[in-house]
Design a protein. Structure first.
Length: 219
């Protein structure tokens, strides 16, 4: 814990003064343009990967970068998605999975989670991805896990479209959805091409997204 406290003291001493004007502006309001939904894994830091400043990203993090479908008993993820889209007016939503994901590994390898019932129940929100992944042939266990990571991103993109705030924003042409997979070892990102339902290099295809804003509807 001491290293965390030391880090805060260093932030207060060195980093904060350099951004004092930014924090002055952020003290009374925020206007993030992107809702970034990622795994809680300590190796994936949204602000670091995207090189964004405080106030740029509205972030949701949980085990497996999961977005439950909209239902009669909305939880924290649902409420946060609604606030980001309906109140803050974000223009982009990124759902970002990552390599070597423990949650997706547990699903793909049918790991027993009876000793963690809350985790087991939470990961049922990825069941549709699990069914698709199990129906495919995989050359190795790593391929099976990598495929599960991608299928889960696709599944969560489908889930988030069931949220009324997201559906309305899509219909009004003011929101785009992005599905990313971050590779921890290489630092690269693959993005889902909604037109082909395949993942491609974000570096090589920077304008590709899962569901683009319908500019014709927004006009």
């Amino acid at each position: 814990m001491q290293d965390i406290i030391d880090g805060f003291l260093k932030f207060q001493r060195d980093a904060f003064p350099k951004r004092s004007e930014l924090f002055r502006q952020l003290a009374t309001s925020q206007h993030p343009k992107t809702l970034f939904i990622s795994c809680s894994d300590s190796r994936l830091v949204p602000e670091l990967v995207t090189q964004r400043e405080p106030g740029d990203l509205f972030v949701i993090r949980n085990a497996g970068n999961i977005v439950p479908s909209y239902g009669p008993e909305p939880g924290g993820v649902t409420a946060t998605v609604e606030y980001a889209v309906a109140a803050l007016g974000v223009t982009d939503v990124v759902i970002c999975g990552h390599s070597d994901c423990g949650a997706m590994t547990a699903i793909a390898t049918c790991k027993c989670l009876d000793h963690m019932p809350a985790v087991r129940n939470w990961l049922h929100y990825a069941d549709s991805a699990k069914v698709v992944n199990e129906a495919r042939e995989h050359k190795s266990e790593r391929d099976r896990v990598d495929s599960m990571v991608r299928e889960n991103v696709i599944a969560q993109l489908a889930n988030i479209k069931t949220h009324p705030s997201v559906r309305l924003a899509l219909e009004q042409g003011r929101l785009s959805l992005h599905g990313w997979v971050y590779d921890i070892e290489t630092g690269s990102i693959d993005t889902l091409d909604g037109a082909t339902n395949r993942f491609v290099s974000l570096a090589e295809h920077p304008h590709t997204c899962a569901t683009p804003a319908r500019l014709d509807l927004a006009a």
